[in-house]
Design a protein around this ligand. Structure first.
Ligand SMILES: C[S@@+](CC[C@H](N)C(=O)[O-])C[C@H]1O[C@@H](n2cnc3c(N)ncnc32)[C@H](O)[C@@H]1O
Length: 213
């Protein structure tokens, strides 16, 4: 099957910026107590529901995967970009990382206790999002949790430069949390909580937690 253009563009773009991204972005998580609070709540819920394995989908350089590991979870990372996976594996040799796409996860039905997709659904076009949510629902065990981080808004932006002015060519989608919640619900997930930063933040952010019944 021919690969959709958006997947190819995303892979090529993140392969190009991977080194700079790995230097610039991971400290942002360390410096943000709100993000860590959602990841901490997610970790507690996954442990309470049986402590199944957790996939960090769109893991980039693997800092969130490593943070989940530090919270006691059995976490592994999946990313579309081989360069990102390579950096993640070198930086965190004790953890497991693999290339793959969230649109067709190479995981068995009900295999996971949790999924984190931290600023990775932002590159999925609207027509492909239902497939992604149905994949998330398929691979979660009953009682498993999903945690999403994404930019709030209602627009598509073309990104042509980034992470030290390197060339990129991909789309970024800012989304209304209610629309994301509706897609999760339609896929059979039950939305548990949404945390929003204030609208006057430079880029408003949402963190959405859902559970497979
Ligand atoms: C903005 S970065 C976020 C990386 C990391 N989660 C973080 O918080 O820093 C987006 C990541 O999602 C990955 N990605 C985008 N689309 C993907 C897909 N369809 N399947 C898997 N990974 C994807 C990209 O390769 C990139 O590493």
């Amino acid at each position: 099957m021919t690969e959709p253009t958006y997947l190819r563009e995303t892979r090529v773009s993140y392969d190009t910026v991977a080194d700079n991204y790995a230097e610039l972005v991971p400290p942002l998580l360390v410096g943000d107590p709100l993000m860590r609070s959602m990841l901490g709540a997610f970790a507690e819920l996954v442990r309470a529901a049986g402590d199944g394995p957790v996939a960090d989908v769109g893991c980039g350089p693997g800092h969130v995967t490593a943070h989940l590991d530090s919270l006691g979870l059995t976490a592994f990372g999946i990313d579309l970009s081989p360069a990102m996976v390579d950096i993640a594996q070198r930086t965190h040799p004790g953890l497991r990382f693999a290339t793959g796409t969230m649109t067709a996860l190479e995981l068995a039905d009900g295999e996971l206790g949790g999924i984190v997709a931290w600023y990775s659904i932002i590159h999925i076009p609207p027509e492909a999002l239902p497939t992604v949510f149905s994949e998330f629902h398929r691979v979660l065990a009953p009682g498993g949790h999903l945690l999403l981080g994404f930019h709030v808004g209602d627009e598509k932006r073309r990104k042509t430069k980034g992470y030290g002015d390197l060339d990129m060519a991909l789309d970024v989608y800012w989304r209304p949390p209610a629309r994301v919640a509706e897609l999760a619900t339609r896929a059979g997930l039950s939305v548990q909580a949404t945390m929003l930063t204030e609208p006057d933040a430079r880029v408003p952010q949402a963190f959405l937690l859902a559970r497979k019944p």
